[in-house]
Design a protein around this ligand. Structure first.
Ligand code: GLU
Length: 475
């Protein structure tokens, strides 16, 4: 049997990290079993759903690289099929029409509460029975599923173990509303059956739906899939992760400069483990993933760890991969990577210093954009009168270079130190500020090499002009 899993979001907003983790687990499980992964959009709640939300979910899934083999299916396009199945259950007397009004149901409920009974729909309640018997064909009604009265539903949750719920705790669920629309619990079952889903991996907020759904599978004569319910994700204060803890949308993580590999690695570990290994390549995740190693207890989101992973992946990924994801940030900042050295070379030099792609984009602007002012603090400290002579000498030596290599530039700096009998800092820092505009960068010889001769020469001259002006003003 081919394993088939699905991710079935309701398009009410962006793809949040909890949903993304569920999607990742479903995707990984399918991949680990050589199976298939289906994307289904559960868009039956017309009031709360929107096209923007559908687009946001697809964008998030694509960004994470969670490719689906089938879909996206849309529930709103499958109403005929759901109704066909409702009619089948009606014809088999596994479902029935209920004509009780909302007022009557409220009245029965109040009665049950007054008698300290569990409030529930009761088809045998005399008042409900009377209404249903008196009703005429064509009167407004809902269709209810005839839930078994006795026995219990037992299933072996792959994460939480054996779960047993007595049928006496479940009432006859509405499967089609008065307006003719099928309800959520019914659509999910028909979909998972039709789509051949073998493993339903979803959040534990759905665990109460599972026994009801299992009864519907059985009534339809459909095979019951295997279930796995994942625990919640919490914020650092122990409350369910929500907006007030910071970013919860996957695309916000893109905006904040995370690589999808880092977020996937972070999310897989948030509730799943393999010994104490923290770093997993995609291939390792697929090979090692298993449902029963998912934790039963909730996991807390930890931004520091995510940052650490992001730095790891910026440092160790192929520079082409980093470049692909850096591009969006360059566009945001108006940095044109064609206006300077090969971006992959710049990433190799600067990447390891950065925890996010936002930092990386900020730190590499000077390779591609000229600036008309130096960072005020750095200039105040390093572009002073004492730097004039070393900078002039470095300029002359750099201009005279026929081969613009890191080694030769290293030699230029060493020669300036030797000739003027000064320490490395006395030329290194002024040069750094001159060519990058600020006080922080990787090794200045390598930086100058990548920036290129023309720009380096122009920038040192600009720094010398700055010093001259400063000295003039001081007099
Ligand atoms: N549409 C449901 C949700 O977004 C998921 C249903 C399911 O996975 O069975 O919570």
């Amino acid at each position: 049997m081919t394993v088939k899993t699905r991710f079935a979001p309701s398009p009410t907003g962006y793809l949040h990290v909890g949903g993304a983790r569920t999607a990742l687990y479903s995707w990984l499980f399918a991949k680990s079993q050589g199976g298939e992964f289906v994307l289904r959009i559960e868009d039956t709640d017309l009031e709360r759903n929107s096209q923007e939300a559908v687009d946001a979910i697809l964008e998030g899934m694509q960004w994470l690289g969670l490719e689906w083999n089938e879909g996206p299916y849309f529930q709103t396009q499958r109403f005929d099929r759901y109704n066909e199945m409702v009619d089948k259950l009606l014809a088999e007397d596994k479902a029935y029409k209920c004509y009780a009004s909302k007022e009557l149901l409220d009245e029965v409920r109040a009665e049950q509460e007054a008698n300290k009974e569990m409030p529930r729909y009761d088809a045998d309640h005399p008042k409900i029975k009377a209404v249903n018997e008196a009703a005429k064909e064509g009167d407004p009604c809902v269709i209810r599923f005839r839930n078994p009265k006795s026995g219990s539903v037992v299933f072996d949750d792959q994460i939480r173990g054996r779960i047993e719920i007595s049928n006496s705790q479940m009432d006859d669920l509405i499967i089609r509303r008065t307006d003719g629309s099928p309800t959520y619990n019914f659509c999910v079952v028909v979909d998972d059956w039709d789509m051949g889903i073998t493993h339903v991996i979803r959040g534990e907020d759905h665990i109460n739906n599972t026994p009801r759904q299992i009864n519907i599978y059985k009534a339809l004569g459909a095979p019951v899939p295997t279930f796995a319910h994942c625990a919640m994700i919490l914020g650092d204060d122990g409350a369910k992760l929500s907006k007030r803890h910071g970013a919860v949308s996957v695309m916000q993580y893109r905006d904040m400069g995370y690589l999808p590999v880092a977020l996937n690695n972070y999310l897989v570990r948030l509730g799943w483990s393999h010994g104490d290994q923290e770093i997993f390549s995609q291939e390792e995740m697929i090979n090692l993933f298993s449902l029963n190693a998912i934790s039963k207890s909730a996991s807390a989101f930890n931004t520091d760890k995510l940052l650490w992973l992001n730095n790891h992946y910026i440092k160790t990924s192929e520079p082409e991969y980093v470049a692909e994801h850096l591009q969006w940030h360059l566009d945001q900042k108006g940095i044109n990577k064609d206006n300077g050295p090969a971006i992959t070379e710049v990433i190799k030099l600067v990447g390891e210093r950065c925890n996010t792609l936002v930092e990386l984009a900020d730190q590499i602007a000077y390779f591609y954009q000229d600036f008309d002012a130096f960072d005020a603090d750095a200039a105040k400290k390093h572009l002073r009168g004492v730097a004039k002579e070393p900078l002039e000498l470095a300029l002359a030596k750099a201009e005279a270079l026929t081969e613009w290599t890191t080694e030769n530039l290293h030699q230029v700096i060493a020669d300036v130190c030797a000739e003027l009998e000064i320490g490395m800092g006395k030329i290194g820092m002024p040069l750094r500020v001159a060519v990058t505009g600020g006080g922080q960068s990787p090794s200045v010889d390598a930086v100058m090499q990548l920036i290129g001769k023309e720009r380096v020469v122009a920038r040192i001259k600009m720094a010398l002009a700055f010093i001259a002006e400063r000295e003039a003003n001081a007099q």
